[in-house]
Design a protein around this ligand. Structure first.
Ligand code: ARG
Length: 461
């Protein structure tokens, strides 16, 4: 019999039961559901809404149920409507009528709002730790390669020399923002909704702050209607995780390119690559490809959540049950992706020689030649023009700028002297870009020190 069946004269149709039930996906919030109920029962006793003795029996029985769950002694009845009903049903089976007092001053609407907040807060902490682990690896790779010269690209065309360390630190910045966005999103999850009731709070004198403090919330929700119908924090998390995976997909794309024969900048470890069932020579970057591909479902989940919430009248509507599968899928996807991706990154080999060769072959020092002429007194526009002509000449001859003799160089501009060869060496090009945020060794080391401090603070915490 259903706990709400009083006013009904018929059982619900089987198709409705199947359609309505959420236990197959919301049972993962069972711990949060039980902890929330324990705090609620304890508060009911403390506020004399139920007797202290009944409260104690409820809390003790919930503790036993939790133990049984941890010891795998409970199987979730797939026919139960949802995890909230199922836990309450187990409680009533164990202690009868006293168990029926638990739901005093509470609705499943504020209960589910509580459970999802508790659950997502926990998951945000876990995911942040995983991203921090990835950042450790990115930072280590950057440190190993502060002097590894490679071409930087725009339009996927070789542009200017940078270092692989500088390139890696660009991703570090992105992942740092991801962790900051996670922290920020947790702030708005961190409000305790119990006491909102179904939508219009409750007539019982509940101590909401007590429950909030018991459950580790720093605040309570401020409006009972918003308290049960707000899912902004779910959408925010889906968005934060989508942005994170967008970063992962960009890095994946680069790894896929770099691992190709055409680039040959890196080689992925055998443990993080896969073979082809038909082509024996193949070694494929599946981890990076799948990470790139899974970014799509993250955006899908975000769209699902935005669409579910669109135009919903206040307060709770059953539509909102649809929030869970989407956000759980985003969480599961990210948690599966990060360890494989981090492992792939930490084991890949970097081919410094090919990176340097590509830098030289791509006229990535052309801007530096123009800068050289500008410093010698002509306008940058004219210097740009002269350098362009010189590059055109090199393309025709199949030579690099630094391979031209001084008198050939001088035929393009008399301002060019012997010191040009030093000025357009890739190392010079990189290390002269020594302003904060630049690719020069000193500048990158500065960001590495900052990054170390950022991570240290999180690790110490
Ligand atoms: N399973 C529901 C959900 O996930 C719980 C809340 C149901 N409340 C209700 N009045 N039907 O949203």
């Amino acid at each position: 019999m259903k706990l709400w069946s009083g006013r009904f004269s018929k059982n619900t149709d089987k198709t409705v039961d199947d359609f309505n039930s959420s236990i197959r996906f919301d049972s993962r919030m069972v711990r949060q559901d039980i902890k929330g109920s324990m705090a609620h029962a304890e508060m009911l006793g403390k506020c004399n809404v139920i007797s202290e003795e009944d409260a104690r029996l409820i809390v003790n029985t919930l503790t036993e149920i939790l133990d049984d769950i941890e010891n795998d002694k409970v199987s979730f009845d797939p026919k139960a409507e949802d995890i909230h009903m199922y836990v309450e049903q187990m409680l009533i089976e164990r202690i009868g009528d006293i168990g029926k007092k638990l739901h005093t001053g509470r609705s499943r609407n504020d209960q589910v709002a509580l459970d999802i907040r508790l659950y997502l807060k926990d998951e945000c902490r876990l995911i942040k730790n995983m991203i921090v682990g990835l950042m450790d690896t990115v930072l280590k790779t950057a440190k190993d390669h502060v002097k590894t010269i490679m071409p930087g690209y725009t339009h996927l065309q070789r542009a200017q020399p940078i270092t692989f360390g500088h390139h890696m630190m660009a991703y570090f910045q992105m992942f740092q923002r991801d962790t900051e966005r996670l922290d920020d999103c947790v702030k708005r999850m961190d409000q305790m909704p119990l006491g909102s009731g179904a939508l219009a709070a409750t007539t019982y004198p509940l101590d909401r702050y007590y429950v909030a403090q018991k459950l580790g919330f720093s605040d309570i929700t401020r409006n009972s209607m918003d308290g049960v119908s707000d899912r902004d924090f779910v959408i925010e998390l889906a968005s934060v995780l989508s942005i994170f995976m967008m970063h992962i997909s960009r890095m994946s794309e680069e790894i896929i390119l770099w691992a190709s024969k055409e680039f040959s900048f890196i080689e992925l470890d055998d443990a993080y690559s896969t073979g082809s069932s038909i082509m024996p020579q193949k070694k494929n970057p599946d981890v990076a490809e799948l990470a790139r591909g899974k970014t799509g479902r993250m955006y899908g989940n975000l769209m699902t959540l935005l669409s579910v919430m669109k135009s919903l009248p206040l307060a709770y509507n059953k539509d909102m049950q649809e929030d869970k599968e989407a956000i759980f899928d985003s969480i599961d996807t990210v948690k599966m992706c990060i360890p494989a991706f981090t492992g792939m990154l930490s084991t890949m080999k970097v081919n410094k020689k090919n990176m340097l060769d590509a830098t030289g072959a791509g006229f990535t020092n052309a801007t530096d030649l123009a800068d050289y002429l500008t410093v010698k007194g002509i306008s940058f526009r004219n210097a740009h023009e002269i350098t362009g002509k010189l590059v055109g000449y090199c393309v025709e001859k199949g030579l690099r700028i630094e391979e031209l003799d001084l008198d050939v160089l001088k035929s393009f501009s008399v301002l060019i002297e012997e010191d040009i060869y030093e000025a357009i060496r890739p190392e010079t090009c990189v290390n002269r870009r020594n302003i904060p945020g630049g690719p020069a060794y000193e500048a990158v080391m500065e960001t590495i020190r900052e990054a170390e401090q950022y991570l240290k603070k999180i690790h110490d915490y």
